[in-house]
Design a protein around this ligand. Sequence first.
Ligand SMILES: Cc1cc2nc3c(=O)[nH]c(=O)nc-3n(C[C@H](O)[C@H](O)[C@H](O)COP(=O)(O)O)c2cc1C
Length: 190
Amino acid sequence: MRNDFLETMAARRSSSSVTDRAPDDAELTRLLAAVVPVADHKGLRPWRLVVHRGDERLRIGDALARGDLGKRDQPDPKTVEKFRKKTTRAPLLLAVIAERRSSSLPKWEQEAVAAGAAHLLELALFAAGWGVMWRTGSGTDTKAVRKLYDLHKRDRLLGWLYVGGLEPGASSKPKKRPSPEQFLTRLPEE
Ligand SMILES: Cc1cc2nc3c(=O)[nH]c(=O)nc-3n(C[C@H](O)[C@H](O)[C@H](O)COP(=O)(O)O)c2cc1C
């Protein structure tokens, strides 16, 4: 067993604040090679990513603002500004989309594969020395955001991986985590 690999997994932590550096598409592709083998019932590959860099990030902010209209027809500039600020917290945002590809396999199983891919990608980015945080929010499943990604009824946006460089003072110490034994359970005695 490769202990360095397990140690990296155990040390994974999210970075809520990152610098302007980001992996380019070539590096993302290299990291994705470690994600594609995610366990996948029937090998449906029921997921995809949408890459947002630069002004492409503003389109998420604008969609979130449109999804937050309440009784208004148009989002007011302040709301647009607020959401644009949120979606420019990192230089690279990766939208993770679960696409249901089979009607014979339960939807949840296909979403589980997509979520697994997102977790593996988050881990791969961390292992490669990038800062990452998976974010969603109340606007994730709004009509405006679904339209941005042209989602079919059967598809679901699982959120965005916010990716950037690690801040110079970022802690590399593993976080305190729950003790692992508690996750091992047994059936109650008969
Ligand atoms: C599906 C999903 C959605 C999340 N959405 C948010 C979010 O919108 N805002 C947030 O602060 N944390 C969100 N988180 C949690 C963070 O990504 C992160 O896991 C959490 O801050 C704990 O930090 P850690 O990963 O270092 O343990 C989300 C996590 C998952 C798996």
